[in-house]
Design a protein around this ligand. Structure first.
Ligand code: HEC
Length: 102
C-alpha cells in the first residue's frame, strides 16, 4: 500500500504543476504505456525526459509541439544548472516523439 500511496502523490504533484501539465496529467492518468517500450529510443526518452516528471506519451502532442517542448526543456535544464542533453540523445528523442506523435 505504501507504493500505491507514493504513486498517488506523484500523480498529485503533476496535477499541481503548470497549466498544460494539468491537462496532460488529466488526459493520461498515471500509468499510460509508451509505444515501443523495449526500443532503445524509448529507453533514452524515459532516461532523459522521465526524471523531473513522468515521460509523457508521445501521442499527446503533434510533432511540431514536441519540438517546442524539447527546446523548452533544454531551457529548464540550463536554468537548473544541468548540462545540455547530448545532441544524439536529443535527436533520438525527437525522432521517437515525432514518429509516435498524435
Ligand atoms: C530538469 C527537469 C526536466 C527535464 C529533464 C525535462 N522536463 Fe519536461 N518539464 C519540466 C518542468 C519543471 C515542467 C513544468 C513547467 C513548464 O512546463 O514550464 C515540464 C513540463 C513538460 C511538459 C508539459 C508542458 C507544460 O507546459 O506543462 C512536457 C510535454 C514536457 N515537460 C516534456 C519533456 C520532454 C520531452 C523532456 C525530454 C526532452 C523533458 N520534458 C525533460 C522539467 C523537466
Amino acid at each position: 500500500m505504501i507504493v500505491a500511496e507514493a504513486g498517488w502523490r506523484w500523480c498529485g504533484a503533476r496535477v499541481a504543476g503548470a497549466t498544460l501539465s494539468y491537462v496532460v496529467a488529466a488526459a493520461i492518468g498515471c500509468t499510460s504505456p509508451l509505444p515501443d517500450p523495449e526500443s532503445q529510443a524509448a529507453h533514452v526518452y524515459v532516461r532523459e525526459c522521465g526524471t523531473c516528471h513522468p515521460a509523457y506519451p508521445p501521442h499527446l502532442l503533434k510533432s511540431a509541439m514536441w519540438r517546442v517542448q524539447v527546446e523548452r526543456m533544454e531551457d529548464i535544464r540550463r536554468r537548473r544548472g544541468m548540462p545540455p542533453m547530448a545532441a544524439v540523445d536529443e535527436q533520438t528523442i525527437l525522432d521517437y516523439l515525432t514518429r509516435h506523435a498524435g
